[in-house]
Design a protein around this ligand. Sequence first.
Ligand code: 2AM
Ligand code: CA
Length: 267
Amino acid sequence: MRLNSPQINIITKACLKASRSLIRDFGEIENLQVSTKGPGDFVTSADKRTEKIIIEELQKAHSDYGIITEESGSINTANKNNRWIIDPIDGTTNFLNGIPQFAISIGYEEESEIKCGVIFDPIKNEMFCAEKGNGAYLNNSRIRVSNKKKLKDALLVTGGPRQSSKIKKEIFSEFVEVSNNILSPVRKFGSAALDLAYVACGRFDGYWQRELNYWDVAAGIIILKEAGGFVNFFEENNKDPLKRNILASNSNIHDEFSNLIIKKNIE
Ligand code: 2AM
Ligand code: CA
């Protein structure tokens, strides 16, 4: 790999260490699925266990950095200049059901800008990473977004809505509208981080989703951008520093895709 910032090395090491226990836990899920107790509580603890290992590793390197995580909230909130953004298991529902489509996602932010990020799928052994100005990689190979020219021909992926969403109906009708404008059915894979990574390496041509959390997409943003993709945080609420809505695609279809989604102000 030709990425060499100290932060990317720290993140990569933390991902590899945490993934060993995550793979073991994933193996346990199969046993738990057939037990009467079910895997519910176990998954919560797998999330926490993974996050603990990641935080320990990152703090070994920089105890003063801020941390935003899904499980533990915020750490060292005074440091807003250097922050790790962590999602220990993105695709929790897949994980819970023994479906091998989940990832560890860690981004590093400096002065409110994502500088580097890693999304690691431990089951497929795929590590997506990128560093500002130095490109994006899948394991040792440089990746680029697809070259698809027309939205109609694009393979798109989305996620949500969550059960508690107040705009569930609107999100479903948006899904119908997008589907009516493209030839291949829209995919739903259940991991926002991997959806973004897959756009970055050209497997998908575009991705959109509403009502996300920053840790779902922090690493994906830099990986996508460094792979030549475009990101749009549509209808971003400026008072909220955490990005909620995201649209990402190759550069060719970006305008057409943005026009289709953003013209619908559903919030
Ligand atoms: P998670 O697996 O870490 O919860 C599924 O559509 C994608 O959206 C996953 O990446 C999931 O992250 C993310 N997501 C974020 N908030 C969610 C929520 N409240 N309910 C379901 N998925 C959510
Ligand atoms: Ca997530």
